[in-house]
Design a protein around this ligand. Structure first.
Ligand code: M6R
Length: 608
């Protein structure tokens, strides 16, 4: 989950390293550090806290070195502190390294190194790598590339490593296994970062390093080999967005900017998916070698917000087909002994395409012979490369830790996938023609929903003195309730739970007291009346209820009723999710929280 940058060229490395870390700070922000290197010496700066704290201790004038590495950390082994911050160096400060991932066998390696006299300064798993590399470098009489190959072959777990050394100060050494690493270059420099946003100010052409590869960066080129030293092919790709997409663009936070980008993100995601004849186009799915008439089950698998999108997808699809549809959190999937065979289709959903649990699940599904299909937002991500076929949400880079536009574009693409699946499986998606027509209308509906922002700002005040909030809904409203509760707790730290509306009276209603805020979703006409009864039960116990409902659903006698614009009921939870994003946003602003970088979290969870 950490962010890494590396640079070597004819000019100072510092500007690239810092701007890259700034863009990668969403990956972790409990400490940060850089090492700059030249023939004379290595200089390392490290600080606990955010990148801003690191910048305070660096004097740019005193940093002319043309090669360096940088890191922003999300602690796994060892508390956030200056000592545990990366880079980590060997004893005589000739080699310095940053790491993203987890070295699973670090204790064994550490024991061996301690026995050989190595001294450790931090509590991290990462520090073993620099000492191990040092020991190989000495044993191999100064062959750094070969030493790195020996080192990575000993490591178990996941790693993206970036290394500089005073022995060869004009090169940056990079190695990758199961943690992302992207490389770029200009005429007189080479550089790398944990993702393409770190590089976008310098280039749009990038090389996504593959698992098991080592790259050696120098001012005039990039050499890529496998862990055995065999040359590897370099497949360069173009980043599908510009620098503006990775900037705040006048908004106070990335989250608010990304909330407002949703009409455009949805439009982009739908590009090429709807034919003029009103059909869904999903050739990536059609081309899977699935025996559709034999297919027995479809799993939707993901984590966090993306898992909520999976619950939406399975609820929608199950109404249209006889095949069993299941939504599973990726972190549980492989422990459930799922039935995986050639008559199983597994659909994986991930904004980043780098979530460790989701990647472990895709690996298992493939190993057991199931068909694998990915929905992700990141071109060339590990998930995209692992799955049999991939479709992309075209949300652009999502930088705020709290997912917004990635979620709504996932719902849009999953609705399209469900419709196409229902056709391939000979099922019948209720209201199919209306859904397809309204997918076209969705960006305009989202624009009108965004206009309801002042109402959400006003209603968020209800949470001011509250420690808890409850979100309820039935059917397609249930994943929306889950997502609304997740958004609220992750950015405002107000405890929030989501329940099926009908489940409330089976226990949770005991928690409702005077002024408890209940956010009730009642957008599905055929069951709205039942949800209204559940709402009355909470009002009878003193709850302040906010109701989000459709344009024509009869509602009377309630205090706060928000009516969404006209749209197919199968899609109405997409604008409903936008209102809940705004609700959480204003609740967090009212509490003075850090919107984009909430405590304890990181955007991309690359550990299991
Ligand atoms: O990158 P992914 O979609 O795989 O991330 C999965 C979750 O970590 C993520 O959705 C998380 O729950 C959100 N940041 C919450 O807003």
């Amino acid at each position: 989950m950490c962010g890494i940058t590396g640079f070597t060229g004819k000019e100072s490395a510092l500007p690239f390293l810092l701007q890259g870390l700034e863009r990668l700070e969403y990956r972790g922000y409990d400490s940060a550090g850089i090492t700059l290197v030249d023939h004379e010496k290595m200089t390392t700066y490290k600080a606990k806290g955010k990148l801003a704290d690191l910048k305070k201790i660096i004097d740019p004038e005193a940093c002319p070195q043309c090669a360096g590495i940088g890191h922003t950390r999300w602690a796994t082994h060892g508390v956030p502190s200056q000592l545990n911050a990366h880079p980590h160096s060997n004893a005589d400060s000739t080699i310095s390294l940053v790491h993203n991932g987890i070295i699973e066998n670090y204790q064994k390696i550490k024991k061996d190194l301690l026995a050989r006299g190595y001294v450790f300064r931090s509590e991290t798993d990462s520090e073993v790598v620099v000492h191990l590399l040092d020991s190989w470098y000495r044993r191999l009489n100064g062959d750094m590339e070969e030493a790195l190959r020996h080192t990575v072959r000993e490591l178990e777990g996941s790693f993206a490593l970036c290394i500089v050394t005073t022995y060869i100060p004009d090169k940056v050494f990079v190695a990758k296994k199961e943690s992302p690493m992207v490389i770029g270059r200009t005429a007189d420099s080479s550089f790398c970062g944990s993702d393409a946003t770190a590089l976008i100010a310098y280039t749009k052409e990038v090389l996504v390093l593959e698992d098991g590869q080592i790259a050696v960066l120098s001012a005039d080129g990039i050499k890529v080999t496998d862990f055995d030293g065999n040359p590897a092919e370099q497949a360069w790709i173009s980043i599908p967005y510009d620098i503006e997409a990775a900037q705040k663009g006048g908004y106070d936070s990335y989250m608010m900017k990304e909330i407002h980008e949703q009409p455009r993100a949805v439009r982009e995601t739908l590009r090429g998916r709807l034919s003029p004849e009103g059909k869904i186009l999903m050739p990536e799915l059609d081309q899977l070698p699935v025996r559709w008439n034999e297919l027995k089950r479809i799993y939707f698998i993901a984590c966090g917000t993306a898992y909520h999108a999976c619950i939406y997808a399975k609820t929608l699809l199950q109404k249209a087909v006889h095949v069993t549809c299941i939504a599973e959190p990726a972190s549980e999937f492989r422990y459930e002994e799922p039935v995986l065979d050639r008559d199983t289709l597994c659909i994986f959903v991930s904004q980043s395409g780098e979530t460790a649990d989701t990647l472990a699940a895709v690996k298992l599904a493939k190993a057991e012979g199931a068909h694998t299909f990915a929905v992700t937002n990141v071109l060339g991500s590990s998930l995209a490369r692992a799955a049999d076929a991939t479709v992309y949400t075209c949300a652009g880079p999502e930088i705020a830790v709290a997912s917004t536009k990635a979620y709504t574009t996932q719902l849009v693409l999953l609705a399209c996938i469900d419709i196409r699946l229902s056709e391939l499986l000979g099922g019948r998606m209720p209201d199919k023609e209306r859904i397809i027509t309204d997918l076209n209308n969705l960006p305009a509906v989202l624009d009108r929903t965004l206009d309801m922002e002042p109402m959400m700002e006003r209603l968020a005040v209800l949470l001011q003195d509250q420690r808890d909030a409850y979100f309820i809904g039935r059917q397609l409203d249930y994943p929306t309730a889950l997502e609304g509760a997740l958004k609220l707790k992750e950015i405002s730290y107000i405890h929030a739970d989501a329940y099926y509306a009908g489940e409330l009276k089976h226990g949770p209603i005991a928690l409702i007291e005077k002024d408890t805020v209940v956010m009730a979703l009642a957008t599905q006409a055929e069951i709205a009346a039942k949800t209204f009864s559940n709402i009355q039960e909470t009002i009878a116990r003193g709850a302040r209820v906010i109701i989000i409902t459709g344009p024509d659903i009869p509602v009377s006698g309630f205090e706060n009723v928000l009516r969404l614009p006209e749209i197919a009921p199968q899609l109405i939870d997409i604008p409903a999710a936008v209102l809940l994003q705004q609700f959480a946003y204003f609740a967090a602003v009212n509490k003075g929280c850090d919107i984009d970088q909430p405590r304890n979290l990181a955007k991309s969870v690359t550990v299991e």
